[in-house]
Ligand binder design. Structure first.
Ligand SMILES: Cc1ncc(COP(=O)(O)O)c(C=O)c1O
Length: 387
């Protein structure tokens, strides 16, 4: 049986795969089974922060694997404590809970919010408000949080206690009149929702409003985090300070790791036994994350912003590209031709891109060389210009 048949026969059919198999890579270049090379502008949906088979990352992972690959959370392990300390040092947050994915990082954030609200405002304060168009994960609770009805339809009933509002102050104020809101969850730039930047004014005013009413502000930085937007976390572009930050994807550069960062206000909301995860804080994943986070410094972030500008300039007035949304190296192209058609045509031309709703989405590695990026941009422009 060839690989495609084997996969189609035995892997649950939840993913519509593109017709290529990736067998190896180096940085932002990956190769298929026939040896054809592709410029990778997907980085595993924002995961391989420093590219494929990055040497620093490999060294950190193999070193830790040769020491101890896993111990339960019943024991101390060095990478977990050091990573938590570094995350707190870089963000001003006070404590970190580690899990394995973005959905789990959000689950933890929601549990913290529910318990904080119960402890401080009573048992009828439990509503979690999220934004229309948002995406927060695929577990039943994070699906309930996700503000896109089509994800909900087949899986009723979802976890109760969620409402979805437009990103306007009128909508938030109105919701707060009819519900006792425990938390508001936002993605500063909605990723799966179509690379949509939230208005800066809304984020600022929503932060002031939530502070005033002791509603927790949770920033879902699963996709936007870890340098992706040209700041360590996207909220840092907006001059706001959330109470909780959830992140995953690029944090460990290609190994599963979720993190929920807790500010002073909620640092002790969960106590012994209130939450847990067998793999959360796994030493190999944490060692991998340390090798990533230690390199996301001011210089690297400036380079991300510079690469973003290069792309924006390349796409300016390009035929077939109507507009560019997003920030840093998380960009969405609104195109004349359907995004799916463009992404398929780009595979033929040796460039891997993503879609997000009706846009072509680019999430390249943070260290993609400028010439590689510009070569890819030229090919994208050519494909977008075709009828
Ligand atoms: C903003 C956001 N939150 C949560 C998730 C869920 O993350 P995971 O697939 O790691 O559970 C995603 C995944 O795309 C995401 O983009």
């Amino acid at each position: 049986m060839d690989l495609k048949t084997l996969d189609a026969t035995f892997v649950a059919p939840t993913y519509r795969r593109f017709p290529i198999e990736i067998v190896r890579g180096s940085g932002s270049i990956v190769y298929d089974e026939k040896g054809k090379s592709y410029i990778d502008l997907t980085s595993g949906i924002g995961v391989t922060s420093f590219g494929v088979a990055d040497e620093t990352w490999q060294k950190a992972v193999t070193q830790q694997i040769s020491l101890v690959q896993h111990m339960s959370n019943l024991y101390y392990t060095e990478p977990c404590a050091h990573l938590a300390a570094l995350l707190c040092e870089k963000t001003g947050m006070k404590k970190v809970f580690f899990s394995n994915s973005g959905a789990e990082a959000n689950e933890c954030a929601i549990k913290v919010a529910r318990k904080y609200a119960f402890d401080n405002h009573g048992e009828d304060c439990f509503t979690i408000a999220t934004l229309n168009g948002s995406f927060h994960g695929r577990t039943l609770t994070t699906l309930a949080a996700t503000g896109q009805a089509h994800y909900h339809e087949l899986f009723q009933p979802l976890t109760p206690g969620f409402i979805h509002i437009d990103p306007t102050m009128e909508a938030l104020r109105e919701a707060a009149k009819t519900h006792k809101i425990a938390a508001l969850i936002v993605e500063c730039i909605q990723g799966e929702g179509g690379v949509v930047n939230l208005p800066q004014e809304f984020l600022k005013e929503a932060r002031a409003f939530t502070k005033e009413h002791d509603i927790l502000l949770i920033c879902d930085e699963v996709q936007t985090g870890n340098g992706r937007t040209g700041q360590l976390y996207a909220y840092m572009n907006y001059g706001i300070e959330p109470d909780i930050v959830s992140t995953a994807k690029g944090l460990a550069g290609g190994l599963p790791l979720g993190a929920t960062l807790l500010s002073e206000k909620v640092q002790n909301t969960l106590g012994f036994g209130d939450h847990g995860s067998t793999f959360g804080g796994n030493p190999v994943c944490c060692a991998a994350a340390l090798s990533i986070l230690q390199r996301i410094d001011e210089q690297l972030l400036a380079q991300v912003r510079e690469k973003s500008e290069l792309l924006r300039e390349a796409f300016q007035n390009a035929k077939g590209i109507q507009s560019v949304s997003g920030m840093g190296l998380m960009l969405g192209l609104a195109t004349d031709r359907p995004a799916g058609e463009i992404v398929s045509a780009l595979i033929e031309r040796g460039v891997l891109c993503l879609t997000a709703k009706d846009k072509v989405r680019l999430l390249p590695a943070l260290n993609i060389p400028n010439d590689t990026l510009l070569t890819a941009a030229e090919i994208i422009k050519e494909v977008c210009a075709e009828k």
